[in-house]
Design a protein around this ligand. Structure first.
Ligand code: HPA
Length: 270
């Protein structure tokens, strides 16, 4: 694993002149975010040694190096999901590579189904905590002690100081921002009505098919994390409630300007 990380790092370092301060992983339908980045280099995942290649619609599959909010960053346009058939090792590999390239903070976004009755489609939810029991833990297997400890503490996977900064940014910009617990599922099916109810009973406010494994890998390496869900559908409606990928992408697009502002400001304050 360390050799593979080293190969990827060596390849990417040809294209970057400064240590990136943050890594950003973008969720479904949030590709326009990259328009805000002053791009210095775009590296297709397929060119990077040992990188998996993204396949899902709405994900373009490239690593972007550039400037956001006046700071050097790496952004992943397209991420790897368990439901696509990738191993957990594949899913977290880019996080390990970005850490080795010097990032000091990881910012993530995702599309998620809301199960909190106070939420509406298009809301942003700061993830304050997560439940990962429904998806395989990516640290299962021999621990790589160069990266982190065998039994990582998970009492504060999402850094409080970053959450406070984000709340201030949203308040200053005048948009409402929710906070809550995210639960990860494998997908690719959206939840049944009973499953959405279960998610709610378990204490989660939103459910989605990504993020948590990447966060676990980051926390393992001592990398501070901030994450936001875009609420793209509401799983607990009584009425007719079919959810389509197109709807999810559309809702994500609507919320994109808020998310873009939030990430840009947050990065500028890092
Ligand atoms: N469930 C799971 N994943 C999702 C959802 C959902 O309702 N919406 C967007 N991603």
């Amino acid at each position: 694993m360390m050799d593979k990380i080293g190969d990827s790092v060596k390849y990417i370092q040809q294209f970057i002149n400064d240590e990136p301060i943050a890594g950003i992983i973008l969720g479904s339908g949030l590709g326009n975010f990259t328009n805000e980045i002053l791009i210095e280099h775009e590296i297709p995942y397929g060119d990077i040694p040992h990188f998996p290649v993204s396949t899902v619609e709405g994900h373009s599959g490239k690593l972007i190096y550039g400037v956001l909010g006046g700071k050097k960053i790496l952004a992943m346009a397209g991420r790897f999901h368990y439901y696509e058939g990738y191993s957990t090792q594949d899913i977290i590999f880019p996080v390990r590579v970005m850490k080795a390239l010097g990032i000091k903070t990881l910012l993530l976004s995702n599309a998620a189904g809301g199960t909190n009755p106070d939420f509406k489609v298009g809301d942003l939810m700061i993830i304050t905590d997560h439940i990962s029991f429904f998806t395989p833990n990516p640290l299962i297997g021999k621990n790589i002690s160069e990266l982190g400890t065998r039994f990582p503490d998970m009492t504060e996977p999402y850094k409080k100081d970053l959450i406070v900064k984000a709340q201030t940014i949203a308040a200053t910009a005048g948009f409402d921002i929710k906070h809550g617990v995210y639960i990860s599922v494998t997908g690719p099916t959206f939840e049944t009505r009973a499953e959405y109810q279960l998610v709610k009973i378990l204490g989660a406010d939103a459910v989605g098919m990504s993020t948590v494994q990447e966060v676990i890998a980051a926390v393992h390496m001592g990398l501070p994390v901030f994450a936001v869900s875009v609420i793209t559908d509401l799983g607990i409606r009584e009425e007719e409630n079919a959810i389509t990928h197109e709807e999810v992408l559309q809702a994500a697009k609507t919320a994109e300007p808020k998310l873009t502002h939030l990430f840009k400001e947050l990065v500028s304050q890092l």
